[in-house]
Design a protein around this ligand. Structure first.
Ligand code: F6R
Length: 246
């Protein structure tokens, strides 16, 4: 596991990794997290694309998760957010994007379909981390072998994500989410953490035991994980002198 701490340095490291994956395989499949954390990474990638430094025209995009019940054209759906903030600015063609359908008539069947999509191979999966240690919408208690499925959202997650949707009452109580086991099958993983609110979760994920109580700790089982964090999110690691690059 490689851990890079800093503001600009860390974002550059993350962008270099994405660019490296696409340079090696122009038709790479990239898994994108939504949420606030990866925004500077996506902005940097869009800047590099504008400057002609990286080309995503043959790349494919998949999602980590989606709110149950939201159609892709719903402004608060993750599919909509990904098109608006990631695949659009990066120039990834719509026909190369295959996201979970929150409005699928049979959500369980949609999760099975998505496992088949992901089984073709994810070259790089970008992840954020929840304050409670979740990755995608795998809340504490999730088995490390879990697959893509319908999940109930923890009250704290609904609360934390409230700003993205109109009101807490409007925030769906369930989502479709890649499982921890599904995520671990990506060839490479890039975990991003920003802000003091993520410090405890990041410390547990990287330094604690592999424990379903902190789903992100399962990343210790993967052999190609890069973690980029700002100083605030890495506070617990720094105090323990545990920042390392291996
Ligand atoms: C988003 C996702 C979530 C977020 C996490 C952090 O697709 O799967 O696990 O990465 O909730 O969210 P932010 O970045 O908004 O703090």
């Amino acid at each position: 596991m490689r851990v890079v701490v800093g503001a600009d340095d860390a974002i550059a490291t993350g962008a270099n990794l994405v660019a490296e994956v696409v340079a090696a395989r122009p038709d790479a499949t990239l898994g994108f997290a939504t949420g606030a954390t990866p925004a500077p990474l996506y902005a940097e990638l869009a800047r590099r694309r504008q400057a002609g430094l990286v080309d995503f025209s043959r790349a494919h995009a998949v999602a980590l998760d989606e709110y149950l019940g939201l159609a892709p054209d719903h402004a608060d759906s993750y599919a909509h957010q990904l098109h608006r903030e990631v695949t659009g600015p990066l120039g990834i063609a719509r026909e190369h994007c295959d996201f979970l359908r929150g409005d699928a008539p049979d959500p369980d069947e949609e999760c099975v379909r998505y496992e088949r999509v992901l089984a073709r191979g994810v070259d790089l999966q970008v992840l954020g981390i929840g304050r409670n240690g979740h990755i995608a919408f795998n809340e504490p208690g999730t088995d490390v072998a879990s697959r893509t499925r319908v999940v109930q959202l923890a009250p704290s997650t609904r609360q934390a994500n409230r700003g993205l949707l109109s009101t807490l009452a409007d925030t769906p109580e369930a989502a479709l989410s890649q499982g921890v086991g599904t995520i671990l099958e990506a060839r490479r993983i890039l975990l991003i953490a920003r802000g003091a609110a993520k410090a405890e979760a990041l410390e547990r994920a990287l330094r604690g035991p592999v424990d379903p109580a902190c789903p992100a700790s399962a990343l210790q089982l993967h052999d190609d994980v890069t973690v980029i964090a700002d100083e605030e999110a890495a506070a617990g690691l720094a105090q323990a002198g545990a920042i390392r690059s291996t």
